[in-house]
Design a protein around this ligand. Structure first.
Ligand code: SF4
Length: 354
């Protein structure tokens, strides 16, 4: 075989899950020097103790260096308009993978490595691991022939490092599909017992979260601060430019409090325990809504009263006729105002719930 100057150094996309760990072990068996990268976005469900930690732990166990890229800001642009569309929710998996691989390709050059390794298994994930998707992603990332998938290698054409004799194709595998049995058997062969369950949840695949992301997109306000807020509380769309978020637990109340901007309007029950809520956005104080009044009558209320009535609904006092709710600007709690509102009805809540 000819030699194009390829060396025995590779970059692995390491999630920390079993597949990527096995991919590294198979490469190490062939004498390949492996360095790892991991991508972190605000959409990882396991930012604190899971994902990054899993990758960090795996890299330590495998004795390989790890570089973590936090890529949320760039990634938001992909979500706004993915060339290859979304999966079953707001997950633009194909564009996402192209983006990850492009980054990996840049890092490959930076580190003087010759090829990329992944734990991908043909057909394991519905959108991004179909054969046509895998090949499309590889091509669009400009890495044709340079991505080695040790777990499924025999199901693809030989890669350049195989053609160059850097890798022995016979020592790689032909796993496909969603059964995890072959990987578990392989883990046993390698003496691996302490490995995490499939790593890396992605909030974009969660239907409830996806609905909230879509709402931000539809209202032209998909930005990092707004996305962070989506992770907590109940969300309500009150107008094109205003939304209300209500904490569901003490922990969420504290988190919402820490995420509130000075100009957000904060709501709390005046003399009872209740959720912490924030009204965010632009609205004309004179904007009027039709809301439920006493004895089924409809009354007209402003944005503040409407938000307060939705907050009042989410307390154990929702059957009361009137409740006192305080509100103030998050950045200035010296100026607290109280409104008496009838808690919103279940129908009203359904109308505005995101
Ligand atoms: S599930 Fe999420 S992180 Fe994974 S490829 Fe799809 S969009 Fe990207």
């Amino acid at each position: 075989m000819g030699n194009t100057g390829m060396n025995k150094k590779a970059i692995v996309l390491l999630s920390g899950g079993l597949d990527s760990i096995l991919a590294v072990r198979i490469m190490q068996e062939q004498g390949i020097e492996v360095e790892a990268i991991n991508f972190l976005t605000v959409f990882c469900t396991c930012t604190h103790k899971g994902c990054q930690h899993a990758a960090t732990k795996a890299a330590q166990d495998l004795k390989i260096p790890l570089k973590v890229f936090n890529i949320t800001e760039e990634y938001l642009e992909i979500i706004k308009n993915p060339k290859h569309g979304y999966g079953s929710n707001m997950n633009p998996c194909i564009d996402c993978r192209i983006f990850f691989f492009k980054k990996a390709g840049e890092y490959l050059k930076e580190r003087g490595a010759s090829f990329i390794v992944t734990g991908e298994v043909l057909g394991e994930r519905p959108m991004s691991q179909r054969r046509d998707a895998i090949l499309l992603i590889e091509k669009e990332a400009g890495l044709k022939g340079l991505i080695v998938r040790p777990l499924s290698a025999k199901l693809f054409n030989p890669t350049i490092p195989e053609q160059e004799g850097i890798l022995d194709r016979d020592k790689m595998l032909d796993i496909s599909g969603r059964s995890r049995k072959p990987q578990i058997a392989l883990a046993r062969q390698f003496g691996l017992s302490d490995y995490p369950c499939p790593a890396g949840g992605c909030l974009l695949t969660d239907p409830g979260f996806a609905r909230r992301i879509k709402d931000l997109l539809d209202h032209n306000c998909l930005a990092l601060d707004e996305v962070k807020l989506l992770k907590f509380g109940r969300h309500f769309r009150l107008s094109e430019t205003a939304k209300l978020v209500i904490g569901r637990s003490e922990e969420e109340n504290d988190l919402l409090c820490s995420l509130a901007r000075p100009e957000d309007i904060v709501f709390k029950l005046k003399s009872h325990q209740g959720p912490f809520s924030i009204l965010r956005g632009r609205f004309d104080p004179s904007t009027a809504f039709r809301v439920d009044g006493e004895q089924g009558r409809t009354i007209v209320a402003g944005m503040i009263e409407r938000a307060a009535s939705i907050v009042a609904h989410h307390t154990k006092f929702r059957s009361e006729n009137l409740l006192d709710v305080c509100y103030w600007k998050s950045g200035d709690d010296t100026d607290r105002i109280t409104v008496s509102v009838k808690p919103a009805s279940a129908e009203e809540i359904e109308r505005v719930r995101i």
